[in-house]
Ligand binder design. Structure first.
Ligand code: GDP
Ligand code: MG
Length: 375
């Protein structure tokens, strides 16, 4: 059996089967395919040619090459430690997302630790009075879910769905609920703006019940909390409920692994090069590590936290800003630490090549389609 990725060229295939490359080319010609040595073959052709020489084939997605290498070592039970939950706030525009995140940032970070948050890096970690941590993913909620889900990555452990109780459940509220439900992410409801005259959180409870989301204080399974993001009422209670939810999930990670996680955003800084905000999901990322995300790779040259303090390492659920990629990986890409720069470059180049070929193929198809239409 040949184990293949989608990046096999004619000469790769010949090597794997230990057959002269000319014979492979000849076989391709016999099925009306003109190929050259360095041409990449599609899965169908590889299968046909391999069968011709008596081999069975099995395809392994090369996008998971890094993940495969990583997962060969099983975590031992004692290496799995609790990690902070990663939380996203989602809700209709003007219902108070920004106010809530601002309030949490101010009361729990600036008060608790020196410096306060000085940089917006799309994610930050807060320490609650109980001593426990929560990591907030501070990107527009929907983008975080859709972009990352499209790549098969799960960005969030828990979603806070914020609803203004002087308003009602709105289309974007429903959308947020649907996103979280589809992603299998538990929700905690925050009924905001209870300080406003005429606010009626029971009306929100009722609307949610009519959508089959029955909250806990009405006998259902969803936790909820009345809050005023503006005045800071109920916010700590809300966060404690988030932690209860986290306890149920038993979130663990292995800090001893090579790091993997998410790209939150990337940009080009004139002086410093490519800057990426990342969130470590598993393992520990260290300065000097070889990193790969999408088509880009490099070595972590420097790492800072949201208070612009230099970090030597970042463990599970820790957000950081890093320098060192040779380009800007996209938001929602996953990153991996690899053993060698050579290996990282190899995978990055193959991804670039694949993207280019896919681009070419799409163009070609369009042209054929065009011709068809003209005929
Ligand atoms: P976002 O669009 O969801 O990020 O909502 P914002 O946080 O920007 O809030 C929209 C408006 O509602 C702003 O004018 C806030 O000052 C106001 N607001 C948010 N939370 C509260 C609250 O708890 N009480 C009151 N009275 N106003 C609030
Ligand atoms: Mg906002």
């Amino acid at each position: 059996i040949l184990k293949l990725t989608e990046y096999v060229t004619v000469s790769d295939l010949a090597n794997m089967m230990n057959i002269p490359v000319n014979e492979v080319i000849a076989t391709c010609m016999s099925i009306d395919m003109m190929v050259s040595i360095n041409m990449r073959l599609d899965a169908e052709t590889i299968k046909l040619v391999a069968e011709e020489f008596g081999f069975e084939t099995e395809f392994v997605s090369s996008d998971v090459v890094a993940a495969i290498q990583e997962s060969t070592e099983e975590d031992s039970e004692e290496d799995l430690l609790d990690r902070a939950p990663i939380v996203t706030v989602m809700g209709h525009v003007d219902h108070g997302k920004t106010s809530l995140l601002d309030n949490i940032r101010k009361t729990n970070v600036i008060a608790g630790e020196a410096g306060g948050i000085t940089q917006h890096i799309g994610s930050y970690s807060v320490k609650l009075p109980s001593g426990r941590h929560i990591t907030f993913l501070d990107t527009p909620g929907h983008e975080a879910f859709t972009a990352m889900r499209a790549r098969g990555a799960k960005a969030t452990d828990i979603a806070i769905i914020i609803i203004a109780s002087d308003d009602k459940v709105m289309p974007q509220t429903v959308e947020a609920i649907n996103h979280a439900t589809a992603a299998g992410v538990p929700m905690v409801f925050a009924f905001n703006k209870i300080d406003v005259a005429g606010a009626d959180p029971n009306k929100i409870r009722e609307q949610l019940a009519s959508m089959n989301y029955l909250v806990e204080d009405w006998g259902g399974k969803y936790q909820c909390q009345e809050i005023s993001a503006k005045k800071g009422i109920g916010v700590n209670e809300l966060l404690e409920k988030v932690l209860l939810e986290a306890d149920i999930l038993e979130l663990k990670a292995n800090p001893k692994r090579r790091a993997s996680g998410l790209i939150i955003e990337s940009s080009l800084d004139k002086g410093r090069g490519y800057v990426s905000n990342i969130l470590v999901q598993n393992g520990t990322l260290r300065v000097g590590d070889v990193i790969l995300a999408g088509k880009y790779y490099g070595r972590v040259k420097a790492m800072t936290n949201e208070r612009n303090q230099a970090l030597k390492e970042a463990g599970p659920s820790i957000p950081a800003t890093i320098l060192g990629f040779n380009g800007p990986p996209s938001a929602g890409d996953t990153f991996n630490v690899l053993e060698t720069e050579h290996e990282a470059r190899d995978i990055a180049n193959k991804r670039t090549q694949l993207e280019r070929e896919q681009g070419l193929r799409t163009q070609k198809m369009l042209t054929l389609d065009d011709i068809g239409r003209r005929i």
